[in-house]
Design a protein around this ligand. Structure first.
Ligand SMILES: [Zn+2]
Length: 962
């Protein structure tokens, strides 16, 4: 038993907030009684063999934010002091900090973890377990809880409560706790994002003065760019649970999936003036979450609320908390875990003054999280057996022949992009999803594609086959179904909220399925495919190496790794080419985008073949050994214009104030992950004083504002030959200036016909020739077609402005739309004709005739005859939709997935997602959105990689160094 620390000592310690050694130079703050939190967190007897947390921390737990180092120190100390603990290091963060799962249970349970895991496995798969066996297993299994805290590094109270919880359950002599540990395994993941917490702890240290600070607007409370929420690469780890791009998530998910916890909690913080939110969520709820899971969430929440009532603490459930997007920590719900979110109002340290005049202290926040933890664990102790029974029943119902998942199969069509296909399979297998491969090609009836078209299709051999009838059907469906469902009432509520307040009830993107995110062509089949398929196994076929008898060497440009191959060889001083038109050189077929190294470009590289083979090994690519430069038939030869010489990219990313840290981070991550080449980050506020001649590629990530001085500096750099790549807000800034020929929709409404004609010109270029006779008449023809011939009366500027303002209200928050890809452009190497684009509230770009619209929104298709009605003349007419007209025989597919209101679809149709234009000796490449979102939009990420690596060689005037 430890004596409670007296309030006087607490107050004394508060005065010592700043480093003790210099405290004597500063004046002591005045005493503030409101900051003394009197309630005690620990009650009862504790085993004295375990060091009390206050001893190691040097302050009463909950008074200050424990640093990652202190947290590890406590865990490691306690592990040696009791046989109730078993600690697993499940990952290391990017910055090398360990992530621990602390297992707390009776020594008896901890001794038979493998046996327990085997039982959990058996209970998860009714294909190999009978009802009798399942009953036996349920009888024997301990309850399993996974309690995780502070995934957002600046939401600190969770981790301090985790320390409190570990100590409590590892050291308490209370018979109730002892009984719980006989019956349960409690896993505590105390610090889910150590890099973010460390950054925030450092800023707390930096901004601390002599006195405690209760102003939630102060730097002490808020921190500074890039803030503590995210990890090293500024990723929000609580969106990464199925994209699995970060080491923290990969290691964590692997261990959670192994342990299949019945209860998962995730301890966060929210706005500082809020109270406390505990599950369950409100609508929209993802349809793939089992109803039994939702039922239990309600039961647990009621009991958690009762624990708060007892203390007189305010709280709420639902309100803003919905559960539609499956990439939060609640991904585990789809696998059968029950999940509860904790959101404590944010305290940073010390406390926060509230409008009521009171101060809520940090220590009280920690106490809230601790009491929630205890309440939920006690509920689990009570209901574990019933929950296992529900889990087993649900597993069985999923696999029944008439379940909603039984007759559905996802197909990813075979292609040459092995790197991206492997990534997809890796993500699915990490979730225990079973993936197969088609052993031969077959006909599939009623196959639906990404555009929503259903037809009979041939599935080529080698395509991935993923039947939905399998134990992890719910998660599989949540991350692979093309469109997540919503209740009509939810759609109505969302529309009302938009119209009344211009706000949304949705918390995240409304589209996320992996094949669209990855830009891989996929189908959904309405059958359970079982014939002529075999389990996927990684392709371990030996790669072909470069040989000395060739005159040139190439890698396949469809594979994303080919871009890294080019970039890494250039960094090694090798001259590299890329072909922008497919060719056949002797035995070797080269697709467009293939990267080629020739012997003649590299006369003095003695170790050329070794460098090629080393780079091929790093990128897992096979080499094509080319023996002749002569193109078969009319195909390009190796000395012609289609074998373009590249320039080594020297890259800078503009960073810091005003720039989105998420977009800086993910762009940086993409270069480090997909290319592994050097770049510099530059401070946005000092660009005009930076020598930009060192770089030939500058990336301006999404930003709130870019100063005119910065734009002017960058403009002259582009004119000298630079390649400028801009995302979203930076694109908006550039497109609103004369710097770019590409315009914002808002700025062209008084001159819309000009842009419509530019659009028609691009569309007509894709049309078939028609009758040859029309083009070879000997006389002047009276009836030559002009694109504006059938145009109805154009909308006036006033009408367009009215429509535009109205449509803006309905812009999406992350829907998937179809991108129409210019497949002759070098920016689109490795990309198919139709590319899904994740589209949000981003600038709508309109492209004039003297700039290139590389990817536009909307894919045209011929209108089906049967949809025309003879009585309705309107159907045969070209229609004015906005600034553009819709040709009479065409329909335009825009929405692919998610919530895209018809008003927004009209507004963004035919606008550009990706543009390119020459400026002086250089070029501007603009993305209307963020090409790499959460590390998961691999389809549009390829466009970015192409821009960065091929840009200086393909799109700018080469500089010959004498
Ligand atoms: Zn959070």
């Amino acid at each position: 038993m430890r004596k409670p620390i007296s309030a006087a000592i607490c107050a004394g310690l508060l005065a010592l907030s700043i480093g003790v050694s210099h405290a004597s130079l500063l004046m002591k703050p005045t005493y503030n009684a409101d900051l003394d939190y009197q309630s005690q967190m620990f009650s009862g007897n504790y085993n004295e063999a375990l060091t009390h947390p206050d001893t190691i921390l040097g302050f009463p737990i909950g008074q200050r934010v424990a640093t990652p180092v202190q947290i590890n120190q406590l865990i490691q100390t306690w592990e040696t002091q009791t046989d109730r603990l078993h600690v697993i290091e499940y990952a290391k963060s990017h910055e090398g900090r360990p992530l621990h799962a602390v297992f707390i249970s009776s020594p008896k349970n901890l001794a038979k973890m493998d046996e327990i895991l085997a039982k959990l496995d058996a209970l998860s798969d009714p294909r190999k377990t009978s009802d009798t066996q399942a009953s036996q297993i349920i009888e024997e299994l301990p309850a399993i809880a996974w309690m995780a805290y502070s995934i957002h590094g600046n939401e600190t109270s969770g981790s301090d409560a985790a320390l409190t919880s570990i100590y409590h359950y590892a050291a308490s002599d209370d018979p109730k706790v002892k009984q719980m540990l006989e019956d349960m395994i409690i896993v505590i993941d105390p610090i889910m994002n150590p890099d973010g917490r460390d950054r925030f702890a450092k800023s707390l240290e930096q901004y601390r003065g002599t006195a405690p600070n209760v102003d939630d607007q102060s730097l002490l409370h808020r921190g500074d760019w890039p803030y503590g929420r995210t990890n090293h690469y500024f990723f929000d780890l609580n969106r990464d649970f199925f994209y699995l791009t970060q080491p923290e998530t990969k290691g964590r998910v692997s261990l959670i999936n192994k342990w299949r916890p019945q209860l998962m909690i995730d301890g966060h913080e929210m706005g500082p003036q809020d109270t406390y939110l505990m599950g369950p969520p409100r609508q929209p709820l993802n349809f793939n979450i089992a109803s039994s899971v939702q039922k239990w969430a309600k039961t647990f929440s009621v009991e958690q609320g009762a624990a708060f009532d007892e203390k007189g603490w305010r709280y709420y459930t639902g309100e803003w908390f919905e559960n539609w997007y499956p990439g939060y920590s609640n991904y585990a719900e789809y696998r059968g875990s029950m999940h509860i979110l904790y959101e404590q109002s944010r305290m940073a340290e010390d406390g926060v003054r509230r409008p009521e005049g009171t101060i809520q202290t940090y220590k009280e926040s920690v106490h809230h999280q601790f009491v929630s933890t205890m309440a939920n664990l006690e509920s689990l102790h009570k209901y574990s057996k019933e929950m296992y029974q529900d889990y087993w029943s649900d597993r069985k119902s999923i696999l029944k022949k008439d379940s909603q998942y039984a007759n559905k199969t996802y197909v990813v069509l075979a292609n040459n992009n092995q790197t991206r296909m492997n990534t997809l399979v890796e993500k699915l297998q990490a979730q225990d999803i079973e993936v197969y491969v088609a052993d031969k090609s077959f006909q599939a009836k009623d196959a639906s594609n990404h555009l929503g078209k259903t037809q009979t299709t041939t599935i080529p051999k080698g395509s991935l086959i993923i039947p939905n009838r399998q134990p992890e059907a719910r998660l599989l469906s949540a991350i692979m179904e093309f469109d997540a469902q919503l209740l009509p009432a939810t759609v109505q509520q969302e529309r009302q909220k938009l119209l009344r307040e211009g706000q949304s009830i949705m918390y995240d993107t409304s589209a996320w399925n992996l094949t669209m995110m990855y830009g891989l062509e996929a189908l959904t089949l309405p059958t359970n495919v079982t014939d002529d398929i075999s389990r996927y196994s990684a392709n371990n076929a030996a790669k072909v190496s470069a040989t000395a008898d060739a005159i040139a060497w190439a890698v396949n440009g469809d594979d994303d790794a080919s871009v890294a191959f080019a970039a890494r060889l250039m960094e090694r001083g090798v001259q590299v080419r890329v072909i922008d038109k497919a060719s056949q050189l002797g035995q070797e077929t080269l697709v467009r985008g293939s990267v080629v190294v020739t012997i003649t470009d590299n006369p003095s590289k003695a170790n050329l073949i070794a460098l090629i083979n080393e780079t091929a090994a790093e990128t897992s690519l096979s080499i094509q050994n080319i023996k002749t430069g002569y193109g078969t038939g009319d195909m390009p030869e190796w000395g012609g214009e289609h074998f373009a010489l590249l320039s080594q990219p020297q890259i800078a990313i503009i960073s810091q104030t005003g720039i989105s840290s998420n977009d800086v981070g993910v762009t940086w991550w993409s270069l480090d992950t997909h290319l592994g080449i050097r770049h510099s980050q530059l401070d946005s506020s000092t660009i005009s004083r930076t020598d930009l001649r060192r770089y030939n590629v500058i990336i301006m990530p999404n930003s709130r504002s870019i100063s005119d001085t910065t734009i002017d500096t960058i403009k002259s750099w582009v004119e000298q030959g630079g390649t400028l790549i801009t995302h979203e807000g930076s694109t908006q800034a550039i497109a609103s200036k004369d710097f770019s020929k590409v315009k914002l929709l808002d700025d062209i409404l008084d001159d819309s016909e000009k842009y419509d004609i530019a659009l028609q010109r691009r569309l007509l270029a894709q049309e078939p020739l028609g009758d040859m006779k029309d083009y070879f008449a000997m006389t002047v023809q009276e009836d030559v077609d002009y694109p504006w011939d059938d145009a109805p009366k154009r909308l006036s500027k006033e009408d367009l402005e009215k429509r535009n303002a109205w449509q803006k209200l309905f812009m999406p928050a992350g829907a998937m739309v179809s991108g129409n890809v210019d497949t002759q452009h070098w920016l689109t190497f490795g990309t198919s004709k139709t590319l899904p684009l994740l589209y949000g509230r981003q600038p709508v770009l309109i492209v004039p005739e003297n700039a290139q619209a590389v990817v536009t929104v909307g894919v045209y298709a011929d209108k089906k005859q049967e949809t025309k009605s003879k009585d309705d003349d309107d159907e045969d007419k070209t229609k004015a939709i906005g600034w553009y007209t819709l040709p009479k025989d065409k329909e335009l597919h825009v929405r692919m997935s998610g919530l895209l209101w018809p008003e927004a679809a009209q507004r963004i149709a035919n606008s550009a997602y990706l543009t390119r234009e020459s400026v002086g000796n250089g070029q501007i490449i603009m993305f209307s959105g963020e090409p790499i979102f959460r590390g998961a939009t691999l389809g549009t990420n390829r466009l970015l990689l192409n821009a960065v690596v091929f840009g200086p060689g393909m799109g700018t005037r080469p500089n010959i160094e004498l």
